[in-house]
Design a protein around this ligand. Structure first.
Ligand code: LLP
Length: 466
């Protein structure tokens, strides 16, 4: 488990996984301690360990009422107060993970670094503002994300602008904002930037994104480092691109960028890629991208932030030379585990399988449908359970299934159902399919809850009509 879970957890609230044996009177819960069809009372007496899966936000626990508690707030009360579906974000979890990244660089002895939040993972202004306040920079991949980052208060000098298909307007917006670095993805970017910076009084710092021809072990749709990726300049074409950029008067080539892909669980691809780009010359700055994987289910044990950052720093020192400025662009690892989604169970249907339908689905979490991603679920007031169900979303297509073969405790209409690890690319890829309103974001911390992004209204659905 990530050392965060042990060291950075706020003292007041203890994750049930570390809370010791169950207290008398509290329902014995969780981690599928039983098997077979037993009734709920039997199951409670049979279960032996109170262990809340480590995928829940830091500080989560099961409270005295047997309800899931996030950020000191009873999830059942949150659902009553704010409605469902809702993204519930444990503010302290995000903070702790941001600090862990900064601390890990310092602990690895890296003097000159920046941790740049990949805003695409959770592009909500309050989340961005929180990370700006924690001293992170921001990675933006479009003029829209740039707009959000600036509104959230990031110093433009700490913004890195990406994109494989940026038009003049997007690059102009980045130049006008005086972002810290524009990452050049292709020869067309060089042409555009040459034109747009002609006669400019100051040079725009840039990096060149290199495709290192190293594939990480992840879903093909979120892998980027392999040869013939749609992103970046190949190793073979890099020397010419470097020479070209150096010849543009308005550009200041500071270094190279790489990003292998997302949800990676092994350090080897990072080491291999750093070694691969080392052959392209010496530069003062290297941006090593994002990609640190997280646990979505209890059986997954991802790399810790310290292991990951330590390995990047060591490999950079060995292959790229000492004294370089290093940037990392974590997205998922900063926000995934800090958020859970609350749903209400609408119906339970017995077909060949048992289907539990909820009031959200592919409009608030596209990841199961796009990448076959696996999630856990619990009934927030009766954790654990052995009723095998498919968890269906409310959208008009058969693919709208959030989880197959979830084990729940006798789900019934009206139950509040929770899926953890929805902070990364959930809100980010939310949509209005079937006219479903996008869910609010609720920040919880030390027993307080507040809406930081409101639920959409039906009028929002008409807001762009002319
Ligand atoms: N830097 C660059 C240039 C990126 O393209 C990305 C992610 C990141 C950093 C952050 O990667 P992370 O630390 O989050 O792995 N929608 C997909 C993920 C797409 C990732 C896109 N780029 C998903 O839900 O899994």
């Amino acid at each position: 488990m990530d050392s965060l879970s042990q060291t950075a957890r706020p003292a007041r609230r203890v994750c049930a996984a570390f809370a010791g044996p169950p207290r008398a009177g509290r329902p014995a819960l969780l981690r599928r301690a039983t098997n077979g069809a037993v009734d709920r009372d039997n199951r409670r007496s049979m279960a032996t360990a109170t262990t809340l899966s480590h995928v829940y936000p830091i500080g989560s626990r099961v409270n005295e009422r047997g309800h899931l508690e996030i950020g000191g707030c009873d999830v059942i009360e949150l659902a009553e107060r704010f409605g469902t579906p809702a993204y519930v974000v444990a503010r302290d979890d995000l903070q702790a993970r941001a600090r862990a990244f900064l601390d890990a660089f310092a602990a690895a002895g890296q003097a000159d670094f920046d941790v740049v939040f990949a805003s695409k993972a959770f592009p909500a202004t309050p989340v961005l503002a929180l990370f700006a306040g924690e001293g992170l920079g921001c990675d933006v991949a479009s003029a829209g994300e740039l707009h959000l980052a600036l509104r959230a208060g990031f110093d433009p000098a700490r913004i890195v602008m990406h994109g494989n298909a940026r038009d003049d307007g997007e690059l102009r917006a980045a130049l006008d904002a005086r972002v810290g670095q524009i990452v050049i993805d292709n020869a067309g970017d060089i042409d555009r930037l040459e034109r747009l910076t002609a006669g400019a009084p100051e040079r725009q710092p840039v990096l060149i994104r290199i495709t290192p021809a190293v594939a990480g072990d992840t879903h093909e749709k979120i892998s980027t480092g392999q040869a013939d990726s749609k992103f970046g300049v190949s190793l073979a074409q890099a020397p010419a691109a470097i020479e070209r950029v150096r010849a543009v008067a308005g550009l200041d080539l500071q270094g190279l960028h790489m990003h292998l892909g997302s949800q990676l669980h092994s350090l080897e691809p990072f080491r291999a890629a750093i070694k691969a780009i080392a052959g392209l010359g010496e530069f003062p700055v290297y941006n090593l991208g994002g990609g640190l994987g997280v646990a979505y289910t209890a059986d997954q044990q991802p790399l810790s932030t310290e292991e990951y950052v330590g390995a990047l720093v060591d490999a950079a020192r060995e292959h790229l030379g000492p004294g370089r400025r290093l940037l990392a662009e974590p997205g998922r690892a900063l926000v995934a585990n800090g958020c859970v989604t609350l749903y209400s169970v609408i119906g339970v249907k017995h077909n060949v399988s048992t289907w539990v339908s909820v009031d959200g689905g592919m409009s608030d979490n596209l990841r199961p449908m796009l990448y076959g991603s696996r999630y856990e679920a619990e009934i927030a007031s009766r954790l654990g359970g052995t009723t095998r169900v498919h968890l269906a979303g409310k959208h008009c297509e058969s693919g709208d299934v959030l989880i197959r073969d979830a084990l729940l405790d006798d789900p019934r209409p009206g139950d509040v159902l929770v899926t953890p690890v929805t902070g990364a690319y959930g809100y980010a890829m939310a949509n209005n399919y079937n006219g479903v309103l996008r869910a609010p974001v609720i920040f919880v911390s030390e027993g307080d809850a507040r809406v930081v992004v409101r639920r959409e209204t039906f009028d929002d659905l008409n807001a762009r009509d002319v």
